[in-house]
Design a protein around this ligand. Structure first.
Ligand code: IMP
Ligand code: MG
Length: 171
């Protein structure tokens, strides 16, 4: 995906969220670090009063597939009770991370809770997970850029591209 394609998809998603959350007390939650670039672009395309929050959960380390063990590294610093919560994530792969996050945050009694993901790899799903919003469905390939990393690198690339397997086979 080029930066132009991404920007257009993010604008479109921002308009959709603006429509859907009219008159609602919206809190958008960024899942660090992968969603950081997407998140800062997306919130500026949402024309509503809203709050933002940040969470970090354990990720893959330097591998390319999920361990299935999800841990909160940094929690929200605000109450989400009675708020309409929108979790903003970079990519849904196995779905385990979001499954865990939805479970944890639902217990805090939000008015509603949904997911906006930049990318979705439906072929890799191992848990049943519904994302209300996503920008692009992609095939089963490891991608980097626009916030997405491999071993903490490539997050600053403005476009999204497939990582050559040579890079992680040698890791
Ligand atoms: P899941 O729990 O398997 O759905 O994994 C989701 C997390 O894995 C995402 O938040 C990403 O940090 C990471 N991830 C999954 N696929 C990719 C990829 O293709 N590139 C970079 N990170 C990925
Ligand atoms: Mg990651």
């Amino acid at each position: 995906m080029t930066r132009e394609q991404i920007a257009e998809a993010v604008r479109k998603l921002g308009r959709q969220i603006t429509e859907d959350y009219q008159g609602k007390d919206l809190t958008m939650v960024c899942i660090l670090k992968g969603a950081s670039v997407f998140f800062t672009d997306l919130i500026r395309e949402v024309d509503l009063p809203l709050s933002i929050g940040f969470m970090a959960v354990s990720s893959y380390g330097s591998g390319t597939s999920s361990t299935g063990v999800v841990r909160i590294i940094k929690d929200l610093d605000q109450n989400i009770e009675d708020k309409h919560v929108l979790i903003v994530e970079d990519i849904v792969d196995s779905g385990k991370t979001l499954h865990f996050l939805l479970q944890v945050l639902s217990q805090r009694h939000p008015a509603s809770i949904h997911v906006a993901a930049l990318l979705d790899k439906p072929a890799r799903r191992v848990v049943d997970l519904k994302t209300r919003y996503s920008c692009f469905d992609i095939p089963d390939a490891f991608v980097v850029g626009y916030g997405l990393d491999f071993d903490e690198k490539y997050r600053n690339l403005p476009d999204i591209g497939v990582l050559h397997p040579r890079i992680y086979q040698n890791a």
